[in-house]
Write a protein that binds this ligand. Structure first.
Ligand SMILES: [Fe+2]
Ligand SMILES: [Fe+2]
Length: 170
């Protein structure tokens, strides 16, 4: 494997773990304000991010690379409202999408075909991530400061997320 691709995948492993950290921090916030449905949503999301990191890690190992693990940055821990959390999540997912796209472009330049196949899964996954998070941002905007509507969304969000099919894992 080309050094540049190994390095870029190493960077992405760090970003996927950061994503997991971010969602876990968000889960902590929601628990602290007794919105346990949203907390569960964030926890599920965090777990999924760990599977993303492992997909890249296993890919490196399968291709004979050591996969040097990098330091993970501290996630935010101050949130002002559910809308603030989901807006930050959406912004973060958009950033991840841009990173995945850049990574794909690199593998095209470097003619790394197996990495392109792996990244196609992530490209599809990012469409789903932005869609589900964006949907919740919109719904929270509509809710405004209506607390009964907020509680209703809190109660249904986690179950709705579990029911959402994600692209094939392996
Ligand atoms: Fe991810
Ligand atoms: Fe994600």
């Amino acid at each position: 494997m080309k050094e540049s691709v190994q390095q870029a995948i190493g960077d992405q492993i760090r970003e996927e773990f950061y994503s997991a950290y971010f969602y876990l921090a968000a889960a902590g916030y929601f628990e602290s304000v007794s919105l346990t449905g949203f907390a569960d949503w964030m926890r599920q999301q965090g777990r999924e991010e760990i599977t993303h990191a492992l997909k890249f890690f296993d890919f490196l190992l399968d291709r004979g690379s050591r996969g040097v693990l990098q330091a993970i940055a501290q996630p935010p821990h101050e949130f002002t409202s559910p809308l603030d959390v989901f807006s930050q999540a959406l912004e973060h997912e958009r950033l991840v999408t841009a990173r995945i796209n850049d990574l794909y472009a690199l593998t095209v330049r470097e003619q790394d075909y197996p990495a392109q196949v792996l990244l196609q899964w992530f490209i599809t996954e990012q469409v789903e991530e932005e869609k589900t998070t964006g949907q919740l941002v919109e719904e929270l905007r509509m809710i405004g400061d209506n607390s009964s509507a907020l509680l209703l969304l809190n109660n249904t969000a986690a179950a709705r997320r579990t029911a959402t099919p994600t692209p094939q894992k392996e």
